[in-house]
Write a protein that binds this ligand. Structure first.
Ligand code: MN
Length: 265
């Protein structure tokens, strides 16, 4: 039986991770190790200046899972490096509350957890379910169960075919009633539009402080992109590599003579 480490960034008690663990029980031996609090949009921390703790907690269904004071990426590192004296064939992260599309992958703790697995040479899948929309909101338990089924099917395929260990699958499932959900599409990362504003206020001592935030991000629904796929009701599956090198630009830099410019004479 394959072994699967399940984590997330919404915290160990979030409904999404419980639905994911339940769905993956059909695929392998599931161990849950996740943050004790919500780390959404916390990116990819590596905790180096304080001790990391792992403690067992019990879910409402009676399952014993593990919670850590670390970030999602810490949880995956802890699991893979043997904090629970187990080894893992696959890491699955989610089910996140809200899509992780385009440049969201740089902020997302859900995707960071999967990337951390890749850094350790373990294949990984990140799963996110779209936010609830007023006009099309299905039963949320049903929506989570459906996203869990998508994750389980993909996990089975990945374990069978063997995903390269430097590639993660970033999966986004629209939050739609099952009858309105369309098939899966293989996509590229699309373009997000953040609608953040900088809010400047003053504390009681007259010193300025700031909030960065605003409305939910939108995106450009280009064909073939993850943004476009979920906008059209498709499940989006994007293979994301951890090599961020912009290969085409290496030749441009060479043509600029940058290597000669900086040569030590
Ligand atoms: Mn989250």
């Amino acid at each position: 039986m394959p072994t699967i480490l399940v984590s997330n960034d919404d915290g160990v008690h979030a409904p999404g991770i419980q639905a994911l663990a339940r769905a993956l029980d059909q695929v392998g031996e599931v161990t849950v190790l996740a943050p004790e609090r919500n780390w959404s949009a916390a990116g990819h921390p590596k905790t180096m200046h304080k001790p990391l703790r792992v403690k067992p907690v019990t879910w409402p269904d009676g399952r014993t899972v593990y919670a850590s004071n670390g970030a999602p990426s810490d949880c995956v590192a802890l699991g893979i490096m043997g904090a629970l004296d187990l080894t893992f064939d696959l890491v699955v992260s989610g089910i996140n509350a809200g899509h992780n599309l385009g440049t969201d992958v740089f902020y997302s703790g859900t995707v960071a957890a999967a990337m951390e697995a890749n850094i350790h040479g373990v294949p990984a899948i990140a799963v996110s379910l779209g936010s609830v929309h007023e006009d099309q909101s299905p039963d949320q338990e049903e929506a989570l169960a459906l996203a869990g089924q998508v994750a389980a099917r993909l996990a089975r395929t990945v374990l069978e075919k063997g995903l390269p260990s430097h590639v993660l699958l970033n999966v986004n499932v629209p939050n739609l009633p099952p009858e309105r959900l369309r098939g899966a599409q293989i996509t590229r990362l699309g373009r997000r539009i953040y609608r953040d504003v900088l809010i400047r206020r003053e504390d009681p001592w007259g010193r300025p402080y700031f909030w960065i935030g605003g409305e939910m991000p939108t995106g450009i629904p280009e064909d073939g992109s993850d943004v476009g796929a979920v906008e059209n009701g498709h499940v989006s599956i994007t293979p994301v590599g951890i090599d961020l090198t912009e290969y085409d630009f290496m030749d441009v830099l060479r043509a600029w003579g940058v290597e000669e410019l900086l040569a030590v004479s």
